[in-house]
Design a protein around this ligand. Structure first.
Ligand SMILES: Cc1ncc(COP(=O)(O)O)c(C=O)c1O
Length: 351
């Protein structure tokens, strides 16, 4: 008999706690004093560690939210009269309350079509050449792609490189919203370098909070010429944390022994397990095979209601009727996935 007592949450990877290694690192850095505002040893060490990981000289700026990381990057890459090309389904377009527009003092988000929440490079090439030089129109500012996407899909390395080439010929920067960067690397099996600067990415929002960190994200710049401007922008945005060592300790633990990658593997594995289990039922449609840790499916409405009534939680009322989103995290276990699948099976048996 399925157990209906345990609450099961697939709402978001933001619902998970933090890895024990991260919590331990926070405790360990708590003793003694450290220089404030990022001039402590721990913070300075992060830049070296990320430079090693990315096999490139980098400038790193820690902030406490992904929205801040994205907005600060975009404001730096685009002038106020610029177009920030992005996909219509992107987080910057739908879920940041116009923070990119606010921080950039008015840059315009321009959506570029493409399947599976990915910008199509040819559509982008057409978009960046529209109305260039026309004083009545915003001008090419920068491009922002999300990897992994909001739909749980991935750009291949060569798709990123194609977009990078369009950016290069239009002389604009490429930003990557890597809120789920680790999930993408875990699936593609490529190096962080291949997925970023080698493919033309100039600025990365390196996410960590969704994947085991309590609250820290890193802006990683591959273009050093932007570093000074970003430093001032971060301060003005209120993200130059005085006790920066606490953010750095989290990031340090996240990078140590590839915790970031191990966590992402677990998270992706759980999404696969969920997808395989749900895909066995005729009444359930898997809308996109999950490449990361997000799974979109279509459930009969009564099934969604039955699962919600039994204490399962997931997003279900934001899209077309019947579409549900299930998100796994590093903390999701086989047990939880199997329990959810049992509840689905039991509901379908009763129908
Ligand atoms: C694709 C993507 N980018 C960025 C973010 C960062 O958001 P926050 O400002 O809530 O940390 C999220 C969080 O849901 C996201 O899904």
């Amino acid at each position: 008999m399925p157990n209906f007592q345990t609450p099961l949450s697939f709402i978001s990877d933001n619902c998970a706690g933090a890895s024990s290694e991260v919590m331990q690192a926070l405790l360990s850095c708590n003793s003694g004093s450290a220089n404030p505002y990022g001039s402590d040893d721990l913070t300075m060490g992060i830049e070296t560690k990320l430079a090693e990981l990315f096999e490139h000289e980098v400038s790193v700026f820690l902030v406490s939210t992904g929205t801040a990381a994205n907005s600060i990057c975009l404001a730096t890459l685009s002038p106020p009269w610029g177009s920030v090309y992005c996909h219509a389904q992107s987080h910057i377009n739908n879920d940041e309350c116009a923070a990119p527009e606010f921080f950039s003092q008015g840059a315009k988000l321009v959506s570029v079509p493409g399947i599976a929440a990915k910008i199509d490079a040819q559509e982008l090439a057409a978009a960046v050449s529209r109305r260039v030089g026309d004083i009545h129109s915003t001008q090419p500012g920068c491009v922002s792609i999300t990897q992994a996407t909001e739909l749980g899909t991935l750009y291949t390395v060569s798709e990123i490189a194609e977009i990078g080439e369009v950016c290069q010929s239009a002389n604009i920067g490429l930003h990557m919203d890597g809120s789920r960067f680790a999930n993408a690397v875990a699936t593609l099996g490529c190096s962080p370098a291949q997925m970023t600067w080698k493919a033309g990415v100039k600025a990365l929002s390196f996410g960590a909070s969704k994947n085991g960190v309590l609250g820290a994200e890193a802006i990683v710049l591959f273009d050093q010429s932007l570093a000074q401007e970003i430093a001032f922008r971060r301060k003005r945005a209120g993200h130059l944390t005085s006790k920066m060592r606490f953010l750095s300790a989290q990031m340090d633990a996240y990078l140590k022994d590839d915790l970031w990658l191990a966590n992402a593997h677990q998270s992706n594995l759980m999404a696969q397990r969920l997808s395989e289990g749900l895909g066995r039922h005729e009444l359930i449609e898997i809308l996109e095979p999950p490449q990361a840790n997000i799974l979109f499916c279509r459930f009969p409405l009564w099934l969604t209601q039955r699962l919600l009534d039994q204490g399962c939680s997931f997003l279900h009322d934001r899209w077309e009727e019947g579409v549900v989103r299930l998100v796994t995290s590093f903390a999701t276990t086989d047990f939880e996935v199997d329990l959810f699948l049992q509840r689905v099976q039991a509901a379908l048996n009763e129908a």
